[in-house]
Design a protein around this ligand. Structure first.
Ligand code: 5AD
Ligand code: SF4
Length: 395
């Protein structure tokens, strides 16, 4: 989602005569697009912003734009601490980024209709913004606001535009992408419309929430070989008690039912897991480990719980760090082994690979494949998997 937002900001800057460059040395403007989902992400962004003071002082007229979720959360407090930030544009302001540039006065007389970023093979399309789920640990609803779906006409037009510019794959984006609903048009129906667009090879989406997975969606996903057969479906915990505390709105067994429905539709799964949520006991953690085995996830992103100011979970006492570290280690080992098994299971199979570079592409199940033969990016080729490396299949 941040990449899509960065693209949007780049378009607005391009319309004012700016073009991308490769190094800070050459640049006149730096846009720091930030994340605040965990404390670590925010720290990284702020320390980068701190270092930009030197860059800015080196040449007159340099501009720093601090954007995204951390900018949204910290807002005006940033101005005092980081005077090097000329423009602060929060994540909620992305639609009015053009106005923000105008009112800053920094881009006067710079309008030229040129320099639009080049076409991409994978086109990112936002279909909704914000989130209304309010999971107890999560800051997203506070920095991105309530969920709002974009009209299907706008989405289809944007998709057609990207396909016409050369996109072979479309990635639909939303914080809870499958909560999409615009005047009764739900995610399954939108997905069906998108697969009917000519010239489009594949559709993926990120990130779905388990509560919005239903039969209708599973049927649509199974019925089209344009729809990705991999889904990143965050579970967060395998314990019904912790899931309830997290306000995830499903139990362990309900998640297992949804996972079974998806698997029956030919979809393989990866997930997100939070370790060390304040109410997580040793038993709860074991439930997470057993759920991981039961679902046979292909992979997982595992995070230590990070208290985010203003969220309900931030008020709870933390689990000692060494316990969290130990649990994370155990889980990461398990994830590594299952990922290895998932890669090895592809050996000897023939996969339809959508080439993203002359030698690298993705299977419909989202495995990254490398081949010695060179193809044109955008080609879909049948490749036999001969070898596996840790995060790549060799054909
Ligand atoms: N602490 C740790 N992980 C978090 N996530 C969201 N909020 C937090 C938090 N406070 C993780 C969830 C989510 C992913 C994008 O980030 O697993 O799915
Ligand atoms: Fe955060 Fe996702 Fe929960 Fe929304 S559904 S509050 S984005 S974790």
């Amino acid at each position: 989602m941040n990449i899509a937002d960065s693209d949007e900001m780049m378009l607005q800057l391009a319309a004012r005569g700016c073009s991308p460059c490769d190094s800070l040395k050459e640049a006149d403007i730096v846009v720091v697009n930030t994340c605040t989902i965990r404390d670590h992400a925010e720290h990284k962004a702020l320390s980068y912003l701190g270092r930009l003071a030197k860059w800015k002082a080196e040449k007159k007229g340099r501009i720093v734009i601090f954007a995204g979720c951390a900018a949204q959360r910290l807002g005006k407090a940033l101005r005092r601490k980081f005077p090097q930030a000329d423009i602060i544009a929060g994540a909620k302001n992305i639609d009015s980024f053009s106005d923000i540039l105008e009112t800053s006065g920094l881009f006067k007389n710079k309008n030229v209709a040129a320099g639009i970023p080049s076409a991409q093979l994978v086109g990112l399309v936002n279909i909704m913004r914000g989130c209304s789920c309010k999971c107890s640990y999560c800051i997203v609803p506070y920095v991105r606001g309530e969920a709002a779906s974009i009209s299907p006409e706008v989405i289809l037009k944007e998709t057609e535009r990207k396909v016409a510019q050369g996109a072979k794959e479309i990635m639909l984006l939303g914080q809870t992408v499958n909560a999409y609903n615009y005047k009764g048009k739900n995610f399954a129906k939108l997905l069906k419309d998108i697969t009917n667009l000519p010239g489009l090879e594949r559709v993926r989406f990120m990130s779905p929430h388990p509560i919005f997975i239903d039969e209708e969606f599973a049927q649509v996903a199974a019925s089209s070989d344009k729809i990705s057969k991999h889904m990143h479906l965050p579970v967060q915990s395998g314990s019904t008690k912790v899931l309830k505390d997290m306000k995830r709105l499903y139990s362990r067994s309900e998640f297992l039912q949804k996972a079974a429905l998806l698997k029956a539709a030919g979809i393989c799964l990866s997930t997100d897991i939070i370790v060390g949520y304040p109410t997580e006991t040793e038993e709860d953690f074991k439930d997470t480990l057993s759920l991981f085995d039961e679902v046979e996830f292909n992979g997982a992103y595992c995070f230590k719980f990070s208290p985010r100011q203003g969220t309900p979970a931030a008020a709870l006492p933390l689990i000692p760090e060494e316990i969290v570290e130990k649990r994370l280690d155990i889980l990461l080992n398990k994830v590594r082994l299952s990922s290895k098994a998932a890669y090895e299971a592809q050996l000897g199979t023939v996969q339809k690979v959508l080439m993203e570079t002359p030698t690298n592409g993705r299977t419909l199940t989202n495995f990254w494949v490398r081949t010695k033969t060179k193809y044109n990016p955008g080609d879909v080729v049948d490749l036999k998997i001969k070898e596996t490396k840790e995060t790549i299949l060799l054909a």
